[in-house]
Design a protein. Structure first.
Length: 395
């Protein structure tokens, strides 16, 4: 009686079972997978955030498929401030029109809007590997097929364009780019974007850019947003879950850009989809300008912690020769390369059961080979330092 698209294998994997046993036994764990910023000890302006949700304007119902203009204008101003920041590099700067912005409750919803706009059942999208596993579920729900294109590591990450082009079929509708990638921290470089534009424009394909971690760059230059891209039809997705550390507020957006008339046609189709759902609530929309402004306070704290944790990891790694950290340019995660004496899952289970440290194995993020562990850089510093010490003690 159920749809084939939801016929997933929902059995717990071995690592999840081991984690459940440890927690049931009351063992204190060092969790190096932290992804929820509201549970990581950051300081929020609680009064300002709560007061923003009490705007009397939210008592009036003003349905707009794209979202209230006050919120969309705040999003446009956010991109303008990024483009004007010193050190910005990449594609040419342009003002983001408010009418090109659609508000959604999450980037997952934004993905679903774009998938429905681009794909018929059975059509394909290219996704990077490594990357996070959310795409498989989103694609299944929309009856879309996924094909992987690899990111290669050689003193830094880069797109394997030969493999990407080989993965294209007559049913390929677009290429997903995570900028920066989660968990590798790879930013798409200007020359990579130029190549992607050539490939997509020549084949009538779109670019889908996930930029939820865009503001968290470790280098001196601020990477440009795909929202500035006009050489190929582009959909840029982001939101306040990461930008302002407010995942519970369910505020995200997608931006359409690209050559006319493709962009106009895309916006017209997206508007019908958005009008059908009207999913964004009024209090969050009215609060969006304040929540976006709060990003400065949050990002200062997070980047200070991430840099300290990276430095502490590097300090401990320098004292041994078994493990190494792969280069990371941005985001909240770091990838450790460990001796591949057993599977990543077996290593993560052993680390959990023997040393009370929880990390993600590389296969969770679609790493093609063993010997990779992923740790979160937003873990509180004392727990991070001790967790890395216990991890390295296994080698």
């Amino acid at each position: 009686m159920f749809a084939d698209r939801t016929n997933w294998n929902l059995e717990a994997n071995r690592l999840s079972e081991a984690l459940a046993r440890c927690r049931a036994g009351g063992k204190p764990l060092l969790d190096l997978t932290a992804s929820n910023p509201t549970a990581c000890g950051f300081d929020y302006d609680r009064e300002k955030i709560l007061r923003a949700l009490a705007n009397p304007s939210a008592l009036a119902y003003e349905p707009n498929p794209k979202g209230l203009e006050v919120a969309r204008r705040a999003v446009a101003e956010y991109y303008a401030s990024r483009a004007n920041a010193s050190g910005a590099s990449g594609v040419a700067r342009r003002e983001i029109p408010v009418e090109d912005i659609f508000l959604t409750t999450s980037t997952s919803e934004a993905y679903s809007f774009v998938f429905r706009t681009l794909c018929n059942p059975g059509d394909e999208l290219l996704v990077p590997a490594p990357s996070y596993p959310l795409f498989d579920f989103l694609a299944d729900i929309e009856d879309v097929k996924l094909a992987r294109y690899p990111l290669l590591y050689d003193y830094g990450w880069q797109i394997d364009f030969r493999a990407l082009e080989q993965a294209i079929t007559p049913r390929t509708r677009g290429v997903i780019v995570v900028h920066p990638n989660n968990p590798t921290g790879h930013f798409c470089k200007p020359e990579e974007l130029a190549r992607l534009n050539e490939i997509c424009a020549a084949r009538g394909m779109a670019l889908l850019a996930d930029e939820v971690f865009l503001d968290f760059a470790f280098g001196g230059k601020q990477p440009a947003s795909f929202a500035q891209n006009t050489a190929a039809l582009t959909f840029t997705l982001s939101g306040l879950s990461k930008i302002s550390g407010l995942p519970q507020m369910k505020i995200a957006w997608l931006i359409a850009s690209g050559p006319e008339p493709l962009k106009t046609q895309a916006i017209e189709r997206l508007e019908v989809i958005a009008d059908t759902f009207l999913s964004m609530n009024a209090p969050s929309q009215w609060a969006t300008p304040i929540f976006l402004n709060e990003r400065h306070r949050f990002q200062r704290q997070l980047m200070a912690r991430a840099r300290k944790n990276l430095a502490e990891m590097d300090r401990q790694l320098a004292a041994q020769k078994s493990c190494a950290r792969l280069e990371v340019e941005g985001g909240w995660y770091a990838v450790l390369r460990a001796p591949a004496t057993r599977s990543d899952e077996e290593l993560a289970i052993e680390l959990l059961e023997k040393n009370d440290v929880y990390v993600h194995p590389g296969h969770f993020f679609d790493f093609p080979t063993e010997g990779h562990l992923i740790v979160s850089l937003i873990t509180p510093e004392p727990a991070f330092s001790e967790g890395i010490r216990r991890l390295l003690s296994m080698f």
